[in-house]
Design a protein around this ligand. Structure first.
Ligand code: NAI
Length: 285
C-alpha cells in the first residue's frame, strides 16, 4: 500500500537497519515515530533526517510495556494515527549454548522476541480501531531460515518472530492489515555495540561477558549491505505487502538444502485420506 501520509512506528530506528527503514519511509512521504533506547542516537538521527515535520522521536525500551503504551500515545498525539509497526529493535547475542546462562536467554528473548510481542499487543488494537488498515513488519533474520552454530538464543527469538508474522498474516488480512516477515542477511550497523545495552540486572548470571566485549571490536565488513539499501528493500516489501522480505540471494542454496532435508524427512508412508482432510481443514482456518 502507499505509505504517503501514513504513520509508521519504528522500534530500534535510531541506528542501522531501523534507521535505513526510517530514511526510506520519510523519503516516500510517511510520518515516522522513531522509538529507541538510545537518546543520543535518536537526537543524531533526527538531526540527520532533517525532516522534523515528518519525524517524532521517543526514548523507549521495548521490554517496558507501560513505556511502550506511553510511546504509542505520544505517537498518536503527534500524528493522529499509527498505521505501520516496524518491530525492529534487537540486539546481538551470540555464544556457545553451553555457556548460555539465564540472564543471556532472558536478555536475548526479552528484547528480540518480547519487544516484538509488546509492539503487537500495544499497537495492533490501535491500528484496528481506526479502520484505515496498515502494515506490520517484524525484523527477524536470515538466521531464522538457516540456523547457525553459536546462535541458539538469537535463532530462538528470530525464528519465533518469523513464525508470528506467518501465523498472523491471514488473521489480519481481513482487517486490511498487511504483514511482512523481514529476514535480512549481513548489514552494516551498530549491532556489535549491543553489549552496552544489557541492563544491570541481566549481567550477574551471564556466560557471555567476554563474547560481548569481543563483539564490540568487530568492524563492519564493506561487503555487508548498507542500511540504506536494506531500508529501500523493506519499503518495497511494505508497498507490495510481501509476506517475506529477503535481502541476499547468496543464502538461497542454504535455504534449499535445509528445506530439502525437511522434505526428505516427511514419512514415505501412504496418506490417510481422512486425516489429510482434517489437516487441510485446519490449515485453511
Ligand atoms: P543496531 O544496533 O544498529 O540497531 C538496533 C537498534 O535497536 C539500536 O538503535 C538500538 O539502540 C535499538 N535497541 C536495542 N535494544 C533496544 C531496546 N531494548 N529497546 C529499544 N531499542 C533498542 O543493529 P541492527 O543490525 O540495525 O539491528 C536491527 C535489527 O536487525 C535487529 O533486530 C537485528 O537482530 C536484526 N538483524 C540485523 C542483521 C545485521 O546484519 N545487522 C542481520 C539480521 C537481522
Amino acid at each position: 500500500a502507499d505509505v504517503r501520509g501514513k504513520t509508521a512506528f519504528v522500534t530500534g530506528g535510531a541506528n542501522g537497519i531501523g534507521l535505513g527503514i526510517v530514511q526510506a519511509l520519510v523519503k516516500a512521504g510517511a510520518n515516522v515515530v522513531i522509538a529507541d533506547i538510545r537518546q543520543s542516537a535518536l537526537d543524531e538521527a533526527k538531526a540527520a533526517l532533517n525532516a522534523d515535520a515528518q519525524v517524532e522521536t521517543v526514548q523507549l525500551d521495548v521490554t517496558d510495556r507501560a513505556a511502550f503504551a506511553a510511546a504509542a500515545d505520544r505517537a498518536e498525539a503527534r500524528f493522529g494515527k499509527i498505521h505501520m509497526l516496524i518491530g525492529n529493535a534487537g540486539i546481538g547475542v551470540m555464544g556457545p549454548v553451553l555457556d548460555a546462562r539465564y540472564d543471556d536467554w532472558d536478555w536475548g528473548m526479552g528484547v528480540n522476541l518480547g519487544g516484538v510481542i509488546n509492539g503487537l499487543v500495544t499497537i495492533l488494537p490501535r491500528i484496528k480501531a481506526h479502520g484505515e488498515g496498515g502494515q506490520i513488519v517484524t525484523t527477524s533474520s536470515q538466521s531464522a531460515l538457516i540456523p547457525i552454530s553459536y546462535s541458539a538464543i538469537y535463532t530462538a527469538a528470530k525464528a519465533a518472530v518469523m513464525g508470528i508474522s506467518e501465523a498472523i498474516r491471514g488473521e489480519l488480512a481481513v482487517e486490511n492489515i498487511g504483514v511482512s516477515a523481514f529476514m535480512p542477511g549481513p548489514v552494516q550497523s551498530n549491532i556489535s555495540q549491543s553489549g552496552e545495552l544489557r541492563p544491570q540486572h541481566l549481567r550477574n548470571d551471564s556466560g557471555y561477558a567476554q563474547r560481548e566485549a569481543d563483539l564490540e571490536k568487530r568492524p563492519n565488513s564493506p561487503l555487508w549491505m548498507s542500511a540504506e539499501e536494506v531500508g529501500e528493500r523493506v519499503l518495497a516489501g511494505i508497498q507490495r505487502n510481501d509476506l517475506y522480505i529477503l535481502t541476499h540471494p547468496e543464502f538461497g542454496p542454504g535455504m534449499q538444502k535445509r528445506f530439502d532435508a525437511i522434505m526428505a524427512s516427511v514419512p514415505s508412508e501412504p496418506v490417510n485420506e481422512a486425516r489429510a482432510k482434517e489437516i487441510f481443514f485446519l490449515l485453511d482456518n
